[in-house]
Write a protein of this length. Structure first.
Length: 288
């Protein structure tokens, strides 16, 4: 194999998956292979992908049940042989030079574990340009800001798994019980926890502003519904308890209490109780 393989985890991603794969297929520096993990989709990826849909070699791995983003990535990583591996969400469309721009930064000296693009919500608005830690709460750098007004940090605290290129060796070195991602996270904040493990081993990260990716919003995420909302809340506490100093439980509780009060004030009772459930579960459990 060559230098780069890409992984896309799909759960009934619909047209979004096709757009994502097309953006991979037209890369100016094409990957050696794309691995699509079909996470128990109602209609399998085999049935949805037209014959000869891609020029780039494509391997489909089928799970009969949804193992989450973490389970999908963990399975695909066992198949990766390239020195660099990209993770691309099924609701992302990459700019044509995404790999061309990221690979030199990922392969540069200085113990770089991974690099990410500037990920957009639309043509003018940033979804995220790295991960930062602010008073014990981790956030996406530049989230919601105008593209022309942000200056992404060259060396961020961490990078998001939405659209990122990793050094395969670094991921293997930081694996826990043979898994790159902790399976119990399922989805959400799994990238923060991974970055914490990598940083503890001396690895660093970069953001490449010249590389762009459009994060359009996922059918898969919407299908998780209340369960997804609860996991988003819960997993922040799992990170904070597994890596003291990365997140602060007291700060997270303060933020969630404020958000719950806002929900109650606007009669969003289900949101308030779902958030409370996530907080309690996060305080009760530990990351495995």
């Amino acid at each position: 194999m060559g230098n780069v393989e890409l992984i896309v985890v799909d759960w009934d991603g619909g047209e979004g998956l096709m757009n994502c794969l097309h953006s991979i297929d037209v890369q100016t520096l094409p990957p050696d292979r794309v691995i699509v993990v079909d996470n128990g989709s109602t209609t399998s990826v085999y049935q949805r992908l037209p014959q000869n849909f891609m020029k780039v070699p494509c391997t489909v791995l089928r799970n009969e049940t949804n193992l989450g983003f973490t389970g999908g990535i963990n399975r695909a990583m066992k198949e990766v042989t390239a020195p660099f591996v990209g993770w691309v969400s099924n609701d992302v469309v990459l700019s044509e030079k995404w790999i061309e721009k990221l690979l030199p930064a990922a392969s540069s000296e200085g113990k770089i574990a991974g690099v990410q693009s500037v990920n957009l919500r639309d043509k003018k608005t940033v979804d995220g340009a790295g991960i930062s830690i602010d008073r014990g709460i981790f956030r996406q750098v530049g989230h919601g800001e105008a593209l022309g007004r942000i200056r992404p940090p060259a060396a961020p605290w961490g990078i998001a798994s939405t659209a990122a290129l990793f050094r395969t060796h670094a991921l293997q070195e930081a694996a826990v019980a043979g898994n790159v991602l902790r399976p119990d996270f399922f989805a959400y904040s799994e990238d923060v926890e991974l970055c914490a493990r990598l940083r503890e081993r001396g690895w660093k990260f970069k953001v490449v502003p010249e590389a762009l990716a459009m994060h359009r919003g996922s059918n898969s995420a919407r299908r998780l519904g209340r369960g997804g909302f609860r996991m988003r809340v819960r997993n922040r506490y799992l990170v904070a308890r597994a890596h003291p100093g990365v997140g602060k439980v007291s700060e997270l509780i303060g933020e969630d209490l404020s958000l719950m009060m806002g929900d109650l004030g606007h009669t969003r009772f289900r949101d308030a109780f779902t958030r409370l459930g996530g907080v309690l579960e996060g305080l009760r459990r530990r990351a495995k």
